[in-house]
Design a protein around this ligand. Structure first.
Ligand SMILES: C[S@@+](CC[C@H](N)C(=O)[O-])C[C@H]1O[C@@H](n2cnc3c(N)ncnc32)[C@H](O)[C@@H]1O
Length: 415
């Protein structure tokens, strides 16, 4: 539980300002910032302060809407709202307005963290096919001490028991597992590929000591259903370990692969390095573009993902799948002069040391697929500090109803 500050538990009447990164909007109260969830810019709301540590800001939930935005809609899910399930941030917002909020956040992150005005580059956040609901092909339901599954409240370990998640695809959002009890588990995960068959994975407490309030990572095992799931991207079939990484929105992998190809335009005969390559979704697209006269090296640290990539790309002998962590020494050790470098790192981004090692390779273009615009903007700042230019930036609503947004960007070296 949060330490107590002066406003914790107070109710404030606030005028709501712009969206913040993370699914809230910013209001001001007596010189402090209040990050308010369940609201929209321009609204007047009564907000309950849910977390206040006494610093320059605190957190609140809009519990009464005094003057509503025209973009407000009735949340389709009965578990969304103040104090309820924390999985969604923008259920109360019309789809086009959700995308406009995300575009504002992306532009704002670049202004703050990269000191770049990207208004001319970023046309808006692009919609993926399929609508706002029923898109999640993977859900991890948390399990409480009694074994009952549900979803966590926002910034809390408390579990809200749900009988369905409207974001989930068929058999994921309405998973049979939600009606069962799972004593001894920390979570129950349901995943599917392009087919309707689902895999059920048990999350059990991992070995090791609890550090700074954090549990060690769960042990995750398949308990029912196929060990691998099939996904199709750009007319190629991928078999991926059911517990391994794959984009959660069914249209995401292909959308990002196409956007990446448009952005970095690999040419036949070129050498490409694909970093954080997972099971090979982007690697295959890049390999198709450089053709058999080219060379693609993928680097990925997770052993199961590397095994999947080796199997999935075995018919492309100009692809070299390597297992290892993306680190400056590892990049140098690849021993090639890449024309194109692609990276698709986890939320934290690549970081300064890796970025600088990539810039030192002097490819003609770097393509960056990013699930956190803040991390992307920080990494772009490392590049622009060395004279590189951000030459393309697109953003996609691959996570409707949530604050998450995916970006595809390119960087080109100084002349
Ligand atoms: C966002 S996923 C991208 C996967 C892939 N590009 C795709 O489109 O499906 C990030 C990947 O980076 C891998 N990863 C995380 N940290 C890494 C590191 N330090 N070195 C290499 N791979 C890493 C993860 O295992 C995961 O497969």
């Amino acid at each position: 539980m949060a330490e107590s500050g002066p406003l914790l538990g107070h109710t404030l009447d606030l005028t709501i300002g712009p969206p913040a990164h993370g699914g809230s909007c910013v209001a001001r109260h007596e010189g402090r910032a209040v990050f308010v969830r369940h609201t929209l810019p321009g609204e007047r709301v009564r907000a309950l302060v849910t977390e206040d540590r006494g610093g320059a800001f605190c957190f609140a939930d809009a519990v009464e809407i005094l003057a509503a935005s025209l973009d407000r809609v009735v949340a389709p899910c009965r578990f969304a709202g103040p104090g309820a399930c924390g999985g969604c941030d923008w259920q109360h917002v019309a789809g086009a307005a959700q995308r406009a909020l995300k575009a504002t956040v992306v532009r704002d992150q670049f202004t703050r963290l990269a000191h770049l005005d990207v208004t001319g580059l970023l046309a808006g956040v692009e919609e993926l096919p399929g609508g706002l609901l029923g898109w999640r092909t993977r859900n991890i339901y948390a399990v409480d001490r009694t074994g009952a599954p549900g979803l966590r409240r926002h910034r809390s370990h408390e579990i809200v028991h749900v009988d369905a998640c409207l974001l989930g695809a068929e058999h994921v959002g309405d998973a049979a597992a939600l009606a069962d009890s799972w004593p001894g588990l920390t979570g129950v995960e349901v995943a599917r590929g392009d087919g309707v068959e689902v895999t059920l994975l048990a999350h059990r407490p991992g070995p090791g000591r609890q550090a700074r309030g954090r549990r060690p990572p769960d042990r995750v095992d398949v308990v029912a259903g196929p060990q691998t799931l099939a996904h199709r991207v750009l007319d190629r079939e991928f078999e991926v370990a059911a517990g391994g990484f794959w984009q959660v929105h069914p249209a995401a992998a292909e959308t990002f692969a196409r956007a990446l190809l448009d952005t970095v335009a690999p040419r036949p005969g070129e050498t490409v390095i694909d970093l954080y390559a997972g099971a090979g979704a982007l690697t295959a697209a890049l390999a198709g573009a450089v053709t058999a006269t080219g060379h693609v090296i993928s680097l990925e640290s997770h052993p199961a993902a590397v095994a999947d990539a080796q199997r999935n790309l075995a018919d492309l002998p100009w692809v070299e799948v390597q297992r290892g962590r993306v680190e400056p020494a590892a990049i140098e050790a690849l021993g090639v002069r890449p024309d194109v470098i692609v990276l698709d790192p986890p939320r934290a981004g690549a970081g300064r040391a890796v970025l600088e090692a990539l810039l030192a390779q002097r490819p003609r273009v770097i393509g960056y697929v990013a699930c956190d615009p803040a991390a992307l903007a920080r990494d772009v700042a490392t590049a622009t500090a060395q004279g590189w230019r951000l030459t393309a930036l697109r953003a996609f609503d691959a996570f409707p109803m949530t604050h998450h947004v995916e970006c595809v960007a390119s960087l080109e070296p100084p002349a």
